[in-house]
Design a binder for this molecule. Sequence first.
Ligand code: ADP
Ligand code: MG
Length: 557
Amino acid sequence: ARLRERLASLGAGSPVVRQEHRMVRSDGSEIWVSWAERSLSSVSGAVVEIQAIGLDTTENVHAREALRRSEARFRTIVNSVNEGILVLDPDGTVYDVNDRACELFDREHAAMVGASIGSFDRAGAEGVLVALRDVREERGPVKPFAWDVRGERRRWHAEVELRAVDVDRRVRVVAVVRDVTYRIRLEEQLQQSQKMEAMGTLATGVAHDFNNVLTAIVGHAEIARAEVPSGTPAARSIEGVLSACDQAAGVTRSLLTFGRGTAARPTPTDLTAVVGSTIDLLRPLLPDAIEVACEIPVARRLWVHGDGSQLQQVLLNLALNGRDAMPDGGRLTVALREERTGDGGEDARQTVLQVADSGSGMSDEVRSRVMEPFFTTKPRERGTGLGMSVVHGIVTAHRGTIRIDSRPGHGTCVSVRFPYCAAPPDAGRPEPRGARRSIDGARILLVEDNDQVRDLLDHALTDRGLAVTSARDGVDALEHYRDGPDGFDLLVFDVDLPRMSGTACLAEIRKSGGRQPAILISGNPDITIDEDGPDVVRLLSKPFRMDEVAALIEELL
Ligand code: ADP
Ligand code: MG
């Protein structure tokens, strides 16, 4: 029917018309025919004849269809991969791209094709253009290289592989581009945490050894002070030594806090209260030009499993850094809130403490180093470089994380996140206190391997009227103890001892029924002890002053 219609429409003297038709043979099979038709007419203009030449093009049509389908299939495959694929002319002009490449470079397909790859990077992509030249000359794949892409909207890390291939009868280069930003971030984080760990080990080691020396210096100075008449120049010098030792002890304390976190016994701590009291403490330290804004929930309290005075230290250090960053005044914001991530549940809850300032901000270079002990950009007399190290140590010990958002000239926001902690049922109950008793004549078993520290303790405690038996290691101490188990009122053990540690020795004594109160001395703040057991045991960390030891002994007895 269609054929007849077409023939009828052929006017007299019309030119040749070509058309391709699908027809069905009498046996039902399909055939494609390409027709060339024209009409011949008489002098009067009437159509007298139609000439039609039909050519069987079935095979052509099928081949074209197969080609179309295969092209669609390859497009789908190329567009489904997670790598950006760009076909480039040797000069860097884009010849073709897949969908992922458009996504990565944040441009429409039409805006990609014909543009130079250099225009995708504000820095010009010099490295890519050089590699393009190399790959053409070598005619082999170039080993993958990194490209730090500064796009219009985002900066990201790419890994690129190039290969010269013939595309459409010309040598072109296929570039496979992978977004490796996430991997690079992870690598940086890993590197950063390894660096912090190494520094922590170093800091702890130095502080540990130094504390032994410091303990000896303080002790000897105290003994000397007792023997030198007060008011003399010598007495003043000794006071000078003692106050310098106090400062030195502050530095080692910070180093230890940085390196290992702390031995403090964590309890559910009311962070809302800590923040409130710290802000009261802070106000007088801040000049009037700095406005303090608090965003703290009034209706409910947020708790953190930790140590109140350390948490206070965190906020103080952060706030003081904010102050230092705003010499001409500005705004310091302290915010406290709970954050929920994901699907609820306790693990998804976090308590967030945020300190933001409108100050100088910092460069990426500074930001990556702030936690390092002794890293400071401040003049010698202002900065110690330990503030953020201490923050890092404390937050890590509290199983928290720190995030710093900052840009030069745009202020800084430090967010500290702590794991969720429920409010304790017995919040605010006071601790029971024992009655006091004279310590005169009390019998002490003292174990300490450092000769200087041991002599000092021995000397100082004897001076205070105590009967001291001293030993230099755990085995030695155990022998003394077994000689007369009832001969001691109190045990003072260093934890790190040769042959048998102080804790092991104490465990032996407990096993044999010894119930005396004990003091464990340690230069390592990592140590935790069970203070809730049936027997009294307290931890004393180095360096300590003799007054502290005496006070603790008095309390325990
Ligand atoms: P310090 O304050 O003694 O220099 P910190 O460890 O507290 O030591 O800080 C280290 C460095 O980090 C500072 O010297 C400063 O360069 C940078 N820094 C810390 N906090 C801020 C802040 N809020 N704004 C700008 N820079 C900061
Ligand atoms: Mg500081």
